[in-house]
Design a protein around this ligand. Structure first.
Ligand code: SF4
Length: 283
């Protein structure tokens, strides 16, 4: 695999598919010190050279007191690439760490989000690029479905609540196999965060689950990703997307029928008796 080519092709496709970057955009790239965001920055720099669309790039790193090594090498890397870098020490996050060392991800990310908007605003940028990958999307899909009862993942493009920024995730088609290989091949210095060593998290379990499935079917991740772009809403249970129920006595149309209580009961029996193994849901 030509890693660089794959990274550029998939990033370029996501940018085009979701109209992520527009003429005159001033993009702030969130660089966390990990392989994904640095691969994202490199991809954007390379794509900009070939793009007819004019846009500027800056990078920033939010210090929340969780890096296990100094982040200066990230600054050196960015200055080699001629990218202006802002290292933003977020005092409220440091105070949070002092006052509540055991705080969870929800609080941490809320603090980080506020800091990200602060920096982007100071940098006079209108777009914030985040390094979430295809793996992150798939994990978010499973996590939301399994733990929050919602079928959703992460938006490739969205706006901040204030409407001041467009948030883009150009790596949505890029798997971490690619960013990992790219970082290794390019000698990108990685500055891990203390949380990367956390064990027993839902995320870690989902990663292990997907990795296990991929041993037998290497295309599991691609299939999940493709599924997010090919929703068969009529075979789900959200009534907002279901058509009118067929008239009584009308022949059943497999693609449009609603689930009757009898069918649900039959499905429950089928699932139960098959112990959730390879149940054919197209009944
Ligand atoms: S994993 Fe660590 S850095 Fe990431 S959101 Fe959770 S607490 Fe914050």
């Amino acid at each position: 695999m030509d890693t660089r080519k794959t990274l550029l092709r998939k990033t370029g496709k996501a940018i085009a598919d979701f109209d992520m970057i527009r003429d005159g955009d001033r993009i702030a790239v969130g660089v966390s010190g990990g392989k994904d965001s640095l691969a994202l920055l490199d991809a954007l720099l390379l794509l900009r050279r070939r793009s007819p669309v004019r846009f500027s790039l800056r990078a920033f790193t939010i210090e929340q007191g969780k890096f296990v090594r100094p982040v200066e090498p990230v600054g050196d890397l960015l200055s080699e690439r001629g990218v202006e870098w802002t290292y933003y020490v977020d005092e409220p996050s440091l105070k949070l760490l002092e006052d509540q060392p055991g705080h969870g991800c929800d609080t941490c990310s809320r603090f980080r989000r506020r800091a990200v908007y602060d920096v982007a605003s100071k940098l006079d940028c209108n777009v914030i690029a985040l390094g979430h990958t295809a793996d992150d999307l798939c994990e978010a899909l499973l996590r939301n479905a399994l733990f929050t009862g919602r079928l959703s993942a992460l938006p490739p493009v969205t706006s901040s609540r204030s409407g001041d920024f467009r948030l883009i995730r150009p790596l949505v088609y890029v798997s971490e196999d690619v960013t990992r290989a790219y970082a290794e091949e390019s000698g990108i210095p990685i500055t891990p965060c203390v949380c990367s060593h956390k064990t027993g998290t839902v995320r870690e379990k989902l990663r292990a689950f997907l990795a296990d499935l991929r041993q037998d079917n290497p295309h599991v991740l691609e299939n999940l990703l493709a599924a997010m772009g090919r929703i068969d809403a009529e075979r789900l249970l959200d009534k907002r997307f279901l058509g009118d129920p067929p008239a009584t006595g009308a022949p059943e149309n497999d693609a449009t029928m609603l689930l009757s209580p009898e069918k649900l009961a039959r499905a429950a029996v089928a699932i139960d008796s098959a112990s959730c193994q390879d149940v054919d849901y197209a009944w």
